[in-house]
Ligand binder design. Structure first.
Ligand code: NAD
Ligand code: MG
Length: 331
């Protein structure tokens, strides 16, 4: 069993941390670190739309070069596609000797797109959750678990530095597991493609379409195949699959066991193995890098097609109905 680490020495972060990017992860890291007592500067491109939000939150915003100068640690929290050129052009020329480089995903280091010279710690703290949840749970006193890794240990204490960063981020409250850049990159890509993002959205859409095509009302199909999914996964998240099965009816529990494997069957396992192979041999990375280099035209088409689907239009209408009602003082 993997060891779960629940602490880190935040005092190791006694210099400045440059948080590059103020998007999903960037805002969460900058604010959580700041609230944990770490000196943070946010590094953004000139004219960045995120600058106002960061300043509004009381953070110091500088150019990427200025944030990197004098920083003890530089956190790469801009999109993965933007990181290699940002590293070459703005980070490497301004990096202090011995400054650590931190990533929230292993992609660029693992596939060799960023190769920092010896003399710099290269570490990863990858929260296992979206940035907005990383921030919200921290403010509520909880944390988002993270996996941490060391690709290069120049200081001899790179691992401790990663734990320190994880503690400041709130990840230590939930638990940190030591991994490698390879394991994080490959499992992260696999999980988002087959289960979390690609798998679950495909399951939702196929379920919705099957019901609608058979003549059922789209609103009923939406509630059944999308809305309730959150309630079910909340139960699984809280107490595992058994906790969810305890809460649902015996009818649902029997169907879950007896019918689920007929839907997501051994073909799906074969498909998953093929996906994993394309991640491990680098062919998915080659496709995605080529797509990024073209300016992501396929992603634009995917987004436009999804926006036109019936489930997205039905969902927008139904979700808009659920507005918060102020309850009058009930005594
Ligand atoms: P994001 O798309 O939310 O980042 C946007 C930010 O990056 C903005 O501040 C923007 O101004 C800046 N930016 C965009 N393009 C830039 C460029 N060319 N040069 C400089 N700055 C630029 O990014 P994200 O989803 O938070 O991802 C950041 C890192 O965190 C990635 O390595 C990602 O794999 C990892 N990660 C993300 C999540 C998540 O919840 N989104 C979860 C785990 C790990
Ligand atoms: Mg992930």
């Amino acid at each position: 069993m993997a060891e779960i680490f629940k602490s880190g020495n935040v005092d190791l972060l006694n210099g400045k941390v440059a948080v590059l990017g103020y998007g999903s992860q960037g805002h969460a890291h900058a604010l959580n670190l700041r609230d944990s007592g770490v000196e943070v500067e946010v590094g953004l491109r000139a004219g960045s739309a995120s600058a106002a939000a960061a300043e509004e939150a009381g953070l110091t915003v500088r150019s990427v070069a200025d944030a990197v100068r004098g920083a003890q640690l530089v956190a790469f929290l801009v999109p993965d596609g933007a990181q290699p050129s940002l590293y070459e052009e703005e980070v490497a020329p301004n990096l202090e000797p011995g400054a650590a480089l931190l990533f929230a995903h292993g992609f660029n280091v693992h596939y060799g797109r960023i190769a920092p010279p010896a003399g710099h710690d290269v570490i990863m703290v990858a929260p296992k959750g979206p940035g907005h949840v990383v921030r919200r749970l921290y403010t509520e006193g909880y944390g988002t678990p993270a996996v941490v890794a060391v690709a290069q240990d120049a200081s001899g204490q790179a691992q401790e530095l990663a734990f320190a960063y994880g503690a400041a981020l709130g990840a230590a409250r939930a638990g940190m597991v030591v991994t490698s850049f390879a394991e994080e990159t490959e499992t992260d890509l696999f999980g988002e493609q087959t289960v979390l993002c690609g798998g679950v959205t495909q399951l939702i859409q196929l379920g919705f379409e099957t019901l609608v095509e058979a003549g059922y009302q789209p609103e009923v199909a939406y509630y059944e195949c999308l809305h309730e999914l959150k309630l079910i996964t909340d139960l699984i998240w809280e107490g595992g699959i058994e906790r969810m099965h305890f809460s649902i009816s015996d009818t649902a529990e029997y169907g879950s066991h007896a019918v689920g494997p007929k839907v997501v069957d051994e073909h799906v396992r074969e498909n998953m193995r093929a996906v994993l192979a394309s991640i491990r041999d680098g062919s998915f990375a080659r496709d995605w890098i080529a797509e990024m280099d073209r300016g992501q035209p396929s992603l634009d088409v995917y987004r436009a097609k999804l926006a036109e689907t019936q489930i997205e239009q039905v969902g927008a209408r139904l979700r808009a109905l659920n507005v918060k009602e102020e309850t009058a003082g009930v005594g």
